[in-house]
Design a protein around this ligand. Structure first.
Ligand code: EPU
Length: 346
């Protein structure tokens, strides 16, 4: 049995971030049972601090050592809470590895999360940036998020509306530091409704010789696409997409399309705004496969920054700034990082 809380001092963070950059934390608590959070945060080590919660470390860039103590929620329990009218509620501790949860949900005969297979990170991080891939965002399947609020000592069960989800955004990002996500409840349908609209999934299923896929087969197709396009953080350090796809007004999009007809653009939510492809903009500026020392841009996908070995967080940030500056100079579009940058301002 793991102890409910383990407090570590002067800890290397190199293996706790998927970029694999070196950084150290003066204090890091691993919390296996979130019920112990209030006591831990009121104790001498954490009182008066704003702890930085670290999940799978797949959405962080350490540019400097974090000033605040770190919290890692390590509980990984997944439970089927109830099932009504063909929808099951599956609850996962924040520390559950995301892909493990996706595979468990499929093994239980539940659907919804198949397009989100193989996304690195933890279940607790999923609502924070409303993870999304292949035409699905996790918000659609979130019933409620359990969170502790250190400032007031209150526990919350926050429904979808309170989470204020947007593209790679939520109340947890907007009010960063206010809530600690401790568990997530997912509402998952028994009846599978295939979501194959995103370019590439249909083609992959055809290659696999599948015409009427099950949810598990869609997950398999997604896994194959991700493996072919995105570098595996276990092999080469990266944090997935480094930039969000920029959202611009339709006027801006139309002006860009007039001079760059090949530029991809997509509807962005309910309003008239358009979402552009950051990967395409970066690719068009010639960055794909570019390398500065050990900091580089993936040769497979222009949106992914990679650490070829010993790049520092500062070197990766410098490269990211050069990329954003060149995209801005050529297209007039501002790029924003997707991962949380710790120890520097964007
Ligand atoms: N493209 C290029 N050059 C490249 C890569 C892509 O021009 O090097 C073009 C493609 O031709 C395509 C467009 O860019 O027209 C979009 O590419 P892709 O389908 O790979 O998706 P993306 O918009 O770059 C987003 C998510 C990914 C997610 C994929 C698939 C963001 C920031 N990224 O990427 O999420 O896996 O869609 O749905 O929204 C992540 O967030 O870490 C992540 C990997």
């Amino acid at each position: 049995m793991n102890p409910p809380v383990r407090v570590l001092r002067d800890v290397s963070l190199q293996t706790r971030n998927t970029f694999g950059v070196s950084a150290r934390a003066t204090l890091l608590a691993e919390v296996n049972d979130a019920a112990h959070l209030p006591e831990l945060l009121a104790g001498p080590a954490f009182r008066g601090t704003s702890p930085l919660v670290i999940g799978g470390g797949s959405n962080l860039l350490f540019v400097n050592n974090p000033q605040d103590p770190l919290l890692a929620l390590t509980g990984g329990k997944v439970e089927l809470l109830r099932e009504e009218n063909g929808t099951a509620v599956l609850r996962a501790d924040a520390g559950t590895a995301w892909h493990v949860l996706v595979m468990k949900s499929l093994a239980l005969g539940l659907s919804g999360l198949e397009n989100l297979a193989l996304i690195p990170g933890s279940a607790g991080a999923a609502p924070i940036q409303n993870i999304g891939a292949y035409g699905v965002e996790v918000r659609e399947f979130i019933a409620c998020v359990e969170a502790f609020e250190p400032g007031t000592g209150q526990w919350h069960r926050m429904d979808r509306d309170r989470c204020a989800f947007g593209y790679r955004d939520s109340v947890f990002k907007q009010q960063s530091g206010r809530f600690i996500v401790t568990a997530v409840e997912f509402a998952l349908p028994r009846q599978f409704n295939a979501r194959l609209g995103y370019a590439g999934i249909g083609a992959q299923l055809t290659t696999m010789g599948i015409s009427d896929p099950t949810a598990a087969e869609v997950a398999e197709a997604v896994i194959a696409i991700r493996r072919s396009k995105l570098p595996d953080p276990a092999v080469i350090g990266n944090a997935g997409s480094f930039f969000k796809n920029p959202v611009v007004t339709s006027t801006v999009a139309d002006a860009l399309l007039a001079s760059h007809p090949a530029m991809p653009s997509f509807a962005a939510g309910a309003d008239a705004d358009r979402k552009l492809s950051a990967a395409w903009l970066i690719d068009a500026c010639g960055w794909k496969g570019h390398r500065q020392g050990d900091a580089g841009v993936s040769a497979g996908h222009a949106l992914v920054l990679v650490n070829h070995g010993t790049a520092s967080g500062q070197q990766l940030l410098d490269l990211a700034r050069q990329i954003a500056d060149s995209v801005h100079a050529r297209f007039g579009v501002a790029l924003e990082p997707e991962p949380r940058v710790v120890g520097a301002h964007w």
